[in-house]
Design a protein around this ligand. Structure first.
Ligand code: TRH
Length: 381
């Protein structure tokens, strides 16, 4: 009989950090909080190393925080399958591993961990089985989400308590800014800015530099940095640079380790985030946020964005909801962000209160890892 204690998680790094960011959080949590034996198979240890510096990209096998991290080699070595197999974001398991799963008794529980979405159909598809066309295997769709009809969101034990403690502890915040090498500008709106290439960047920076309130903007290395540099008339910007323009002071930061990125989100008044994982972390930070969704072909991401806006804005006053939607849409289309910024800024206090209420409401849901363990246990024969 399978014990259900041995798990394999497979992850390919597509072109960004979200896939490995999520897979690593999940693996770590399963090992630490559920006492499971987790192997995490990753095809790109260099990207992994950027998120988590203890990862040695040259080491094909290593044990990190209780997780057995393996380089996903091609061809894939013959391997005894685990009791539970998680295929992160449809990354497609190696053929010989799949064949080994089909030959194992009892068959492993096989789950495809899907991307996060607030769309209505997600609740109806979450947990559905999908038989393999040739092999005697069943794969289950597992959707993260924002309702009890989904697998909900990753949230490690103690996260909210740590965040609240940090946000109520001026000394911890001061230590953080010192560690960053950033001197807080008095009365400034503190903003973190992480995103993809975005035509809206120059107009927004202009609005900040000419606005009435000082803005201190922290920019970790990301794809929008060249557009930031362009605004300052520089050919490029590197970590440590601190250009200034009018009321805008900007700090270019290195790409942080994941844990320190959380602190940046907790320490800022407003966070610009992108993709999937930084969105979730910014939501747990309980501060106003602006989400740049991962762009898909044929604008398929627009429906996803609309669905999240509808769900997230519930409970905001109509003018604040309008301001939030206008600004997020401007940021995502790359047009008009400078024009609608001031209207957005005026509602930040309400958005801040709303962000705290949103967290309290979501805390009623179990976290994704616990849900997933329960789901897989129920499928083990
Ligand atoms: O990197 P992303 O754009 O990832 C995306 C999305 O996940 C998308 O759904 C997926 O399809 C696509 O990749 C291929 O954005 P995301 O998801 O926010 O991941 C960024 C990770 O990087 C997240 O774990 C937070 C982390 N991070 C740091 O650790 N340090 C930093 O300094 C910053 C800015 C981010």
């Amino acid at each position: 009989m399978a014990t259900g204690r041995n798990w394999d998680i497979f992850c390919t790094v597509v072109d960004n950090y979200g896939d490995i960011g999520v897979a690593w959080r999940l693996a770590r949590q399963l090992a630490a909080e559920h006492g499971l034996n987790v192997r995490l198979w990753v095809d790109d240890l260099v990207s992994f190393h950027h998120l988590y510096s203890a990862i040695n990209p040259d080491q094909p096998e290593q044990s990190v925080e209780g997780v057995n991290v393996r380089r996903w080699e091609t061809p894939f070595p013959d391997t005894l399958p685990a009791d539970v197999v998680i295929e992160a974001f449809g990354c497609e398991l190696p053929q010989n591993y799949l064949a080994a799963m089909a030959a194992t008794q009892p068959r492993p529980v096989w789950v495809n961990l899907e991307y996060l979405s607030a769309e209505d159909w997600v609740g109806g598809c979450h947990g559905l089985p999908s038989p393999h066309p040739r092999l005697p295997l069943t794969q289950y769709f597992y959707f993260p989400g924002f309702t009890t009809h989904t697998g909900s969101l990753l949230r490690e034990a103690g996260l909210i308590e740590r965040r609240k403690k940090f946000q109520h502890d001026p000394a911890a915040q001061a230590e953080f800014w010192t560690w960053l090498g950033v001197k807080p500008v008095p009365d400034a709106l503190r903003v973190s800015l992480f995103g993809y290439e975005n035509a809206a960047v120059p107009a927004l920076l202009k609005a900040w530099s000419s606005g009435g309130q000082p803005v201190q903007c922290l920019v970790p290395k990301s794809k929008l940095l060249p557009q930031v540099a362009e605004f300052f008339g520089a050919t490029s910007l590197i970590p440590g640079d601190q250009p200034q323009h009018g009321n805008l002071t900007l700090h270019v930061l290195p790409f942080f380790p994941q844990a320190r990125y959380d602190e940046l989100l907790w320490a800022c008044d407003l966070n610009f985030v992108r993709g999937e994982d930084s969105l979730v972390r910014a939501l747990w930070a309980a501060c106003p946020l602006v989400w740049q969704i991962y762009p898909q072909q044929d604008d398929a991401h627009q429906e996803k964005l609309d669905a999240f806006l509808t769900s997230y804005c519930a409970g905001l006053s109509p003018p604040a909801a309008q301001a939030l939607q206008d600004f997020w849409r401007a940021w995502n289309t790359g047009q008009g962000a400078g024009r609608v910024w001031e209207q957005y800024r005026q509602h930040l206090v309400e958005m801040d209160e709303h962000a705290c209420r949103w967290v309290e409401c979501q805390l009623k849901n179990m976290d994704l890892a616990a849900n997933l363990v329960q789901f897989c246990q129920s499928k083990i024969k």
